[in-house]
Design a protein around this ligand. Structure first.
Ligand code: SF4
Length: 414
């Protein structure tokens, strides 16, 4: 059995470092539990939903343009855009969570206003339209330097557990700035954002519902009560770091003896409370072998998570100056796994895989101030979480210029 049934509320933290929790949520503050339906859909059910989704696309195009010729061209543009990302592979499965359908982790769930604005924004690459477009698709916002873990690959290693420089007010102002720009997804990260739970909750409660909010976490303290509270405050989903199918190996990699417990228990609680859940794995050289990947995907399937994100290790943070890049053969294996598990009929019940490097190798970088951005624990803007080159502070008065500079410098890798 995968999951330990210890009482999560009674657990105390333990590990290499134990910064105090910003705020322990009182269970009595949380409303009654409501379990929401959540599943992967495929076959006829998926086809029906996909058909309705396509009709929505046509509706959005018609709303944006007056000329019927643009309707056809707009639809053709969206189809070619999809091909650019997925090739000629047909969509096989979708995740259904709390009334919305998700095709990927970086596409808003269908169907709501954020989804419609996202599509209208993409259409602007075809032709100007009436929508107030999203400036960013996704922004990673690091809200704390605190962390209880000491992960082997940590990209914020040099800043971990240093004195915080950003106040709750700075963070609120940053979220407002991002929403003024127009941002479809804001990913709260760190450090460990669960160590700043009251800040997360207050950000979620105060922000207008113009963005989807996600959290990138180790799973620490993702108890049933806390996940319920996050859901009620407006969180869409969580990326939970899980780097191995074996508890000891994951705990060793994360240098924290309860890391596996929290990742798997946190996933279960998040699913039960109607959040979209992804396991995120750093695919290290030692790990990338066919049987390892399969065992990991079996675990993810059994855990019931909707997505798995494959990340390739980068020489940044704690990995700086280390040779961590995968071999060509390993990348090929990951790409084959990604295609096989997402697009063949044999793996319909497995979580959907997101694999950025697959697209980056073909389409270039989507971050770097273009569709995405990383705001670090000092509030400085960087091309992405793995590419640390500060270009100014998000709250600077001349942020537009700074963003231009960041975009001009581009991504050094893709
Ligand atoms: S990778 Fe994340 S969880 Fe691990 S030490 Fe760094 S901030 Fe903490």
């Amino acid at each position: 059995m995968l999951f330990n049934r210890r009482n999560t509320e009674a657990l105390t933290l333990s590990g290499a470092l134990e910064p105090a929790l910003d705020h322990d949520v009182q269970i009595s503050e949380v409303g009654p539990k409501k379990t929401l339906p959540s599943s992967l859909i495929s076959g006829k059910q998926k086809n029906w939903v996909h058909l309705k989704l396509k009709l929505t696309l046509i509706k959005i195009i018609i709303r944006q343009y007056n000329n019927p010729l643009d309707w056809f061209k707009g639809l053709r543009f969206l189809i070619s855009l999809r091909r650019q990302f997925l090739g000629d592979h047909s969509l096989r499965k979708m995740a259904f969570v709390d009334g919305k359908y998700y095709m990927g982790l970086y596409t808003p769930g269908w169907n709501d206003k954020i989804y419609e604005r996202f599509i209208a924004t993409e259409l602007k690459h075809f032709k100007k339209n009436k929508t107030n477009a999203f400036r960013f698709n996704h922004v990673f916002l690091a809200i704390t330097k605190k962390c209880a873990l000491r992960c082997e690959h940590c990209y914020e290693w040099d800043n971990l557990n240093k004195k915080e420089v950003r106040t709750k007010e700075d963070l609120q102002a940053t979220v407002q700035k991002l929403q003024d720009f127009g941002t479809a997804q804001i990913h709260l990260t760190g450090g460990e954002p669960m160590l700043k739970l009251d800040t997360v909750i207050s950000i979620l409660k105060n922000a207008p519902k113009e963005s989807n909010f996600w959290m990138n976490t180790s799973g620490l303290k993702l108890t049933d009560a806390n996940t319920r509270k996050l859901k009620q405050a407006g969180l869409t989903g969580v990326f939970i770091s899980l780097d191995h199918f074996k508890a000891e190996a994951h705990n060793r990699f994360r240098n924290y003896k309860d890391a596996f417990y929290w990742a798997t228990t946190g996933a279960k609680n998040a699913i039960n409370n109607g959040l979209v859940v992804a396991f995120s794995i750093c695919m290290t050289r030692d790990f990338v072998k066919e049987d390892h990947i399969m065992k990991y995907m079996d675990l993810a399937k059994e855990a019931g998570v909707h997505f798995v994100q494959f990340l390739e290790p980068k020489s940044v943070g704690h990995y700086k100056n280390e040779e961590v890049a995968l071999s060509d053969g390993q990348m090929k294996l990951l790409e084959e796994t990604f295609l096989k598990m997402n697009f063949s009929k044999d793996y319909l019940s497995y979580p959907i895989i997101t694999y950025h490097a697959y697209y980056q190798r073909r389409q270039g970088c989507f971050s770097g101030g273009n569709r995405g951005l990383y705001i670090d624990t000092d509030g400085d803007i960087n091309p992405c979480t793995f590419c640390h080159r500060k270009s100014g502070n998000i709250l600077d008065a001349d942020i537009d210029e700074k963003l231009e500079q960041l975009m001009l410098r581009g991504c050094p890798e893709f």
